[in-house]
Design a binder for this molecule. Structure first.
Ligand code: PHE
Length: 348
């Protein structure tokens, strides 16, 4: 099996956490005999948080290493890039955590070889919009990274839902390389919103929140799963803020508690969402190979498509006709440098 991820670069905690989860699952699977009488070997490629590197990495895995299937990526832009290669060479790909709708369905057409074990941003944006309205925030400002498919897609879906109940008083955009957000934040302060929605990644949030404090913009900030990182939890300016996510380590479900314990025993820290999704992706993949009954790309593709009621640590996983999974969304609040469970939204 091939794995590609951002082990280094701008969003390195995404790739690292996902990889740690995957490794834990791999160890458990191989310890209990592997699949089809063999041990599974995973070949891991670092794409350095770069979409072009993701293409090169997946080409190597699919064409030189001759892997049976690919697991990756976390970030949607890189899953879209790597997914193009898998689709071209008829190699199944399973994304643990990319939520942009286009990853599996583009222009109304379901991609044959691409699957994911998470919900999409059509759902996440809707939940985030409902959450904002439900908090009593009547005026919201938005900040969108126009270089990321994830951020643009989530912003679109959020806007569509939130405007049913409230008013968007300012929309600011930025590029992926932005370091100084003061111009955007000053305009937001002028617009006087009740809260600010950032559909970006943790590395951007890590710059925006302290700068908002500096200019005296004291309203709550909230966002989507892209906020999830140990670095967000550590940030003083993030305390009290909210984001939607795939799971909470505080959930009582036995699958969660068993996973959290195994992860803590191995890595001595609490797993984030990428870790649990990397873990589940590896297990769903191994289960698909088992059900395929042979080491064959097409048979594994068919088995992935038929995944039903898989008891994942991140929730029950059924792959639907659009190659997505329907799962609940949790809202987390950053509190005392921890992600505390605030609210759960059931799947639609
Ligand atoms: N959903 C994000 C994307 O599609 C990636 C992500 C997943 C980030 C899970 C954090 C947690 O780009």
């Amino acid at each position: 099996i091939g794995e590609y991820g951002s082990l280094t670069g701008a969003t390195a905690t995404f790739g690292q956490s996902s990889h740690e989860g995957l490794e834990l699952a791999l160890e458990q699977i191989n310890k209990s005999g592997g699949v089809l009488g063999k041990q599974i070997r995973v070949i891991t490629e670092d794409d350095r948080s770069d979409a072009n590197e993701a293409v090169t990495a997946v080409q190597k895995l699919v064409n030189s290493d001759d892997v049976l299937a690919v697991i990756g990526e976390v970030a949607s832009k890189r899953s879209l890039a790597g997914g193009g290669v898998c689709e071209q060479y008829h190699c199944p790909m399973l994304s643990p955590s990319s939520t942009n709708p286009d990853v599996t369905v583009e222009g109304g057409k379901v991609k044959t070889y691409i699957f994911r074990i998470c919900f999409t941003d059509t759902f996440q944006g809707r939940v985030d919009g409902k959450f904002g309205a439900g908090q009593g925030w009547k005026k919201i400002a938005m900040m969108t990274n126009v270089d990321e498919d994830y951020s643009k897609g989530l912003a679109k879906s959020f806007r569509a839902e939130y405007t049913k109940a409230g008013t968007i008083v300012d929309e600011e955009s930025y590029g992926g390389d932005t370091q100084d957000f003061k111009a955007q934040l000053s305009r937001i302060k002028q617009a006087n919103p009740d809260a600010v929605y950032i559909s970006g990644y943790y590395n951007e949030v890590g710059l925006i929140l302290p700068q908002a404090r500096e200019i005296g913009l004291g309203v709550p900030f909230f966002g989507g799963d892209g906020w999830d990182s140990p670095l967000t939890l550590a940030l003083p300016a993030a305390q009290g803020n909210f984001y939607s996510d795939h799971y909470s380590s505080e959930e009582r479900r036995p699958e969660v508690q068993e996973f959290v314990k195994a992860f803590q025993d191995k890595y001595h820290k609490t797993p984030d969402a990428m870790a649990v999704l990397g873990y589940d992706a590896m297990r769903v993949m191994a289960d698909a190979v088992k059900r395929a009954g042979k080491a064959d790309r097409q048979a594994i593709t068919d088995a992935l498509a038929q995944t039903k009621d898989f008891p994942g640590a991140s929730g029950t996983i059924t792959i639907d006709t659009e190659h997505n999974a329907r799962k609940p969304i949790v809202f987390l609040q950053v509190k005392d440098h921890k992600d505390t469970l605030y609210k759960i939204y059931p799947p639609e």
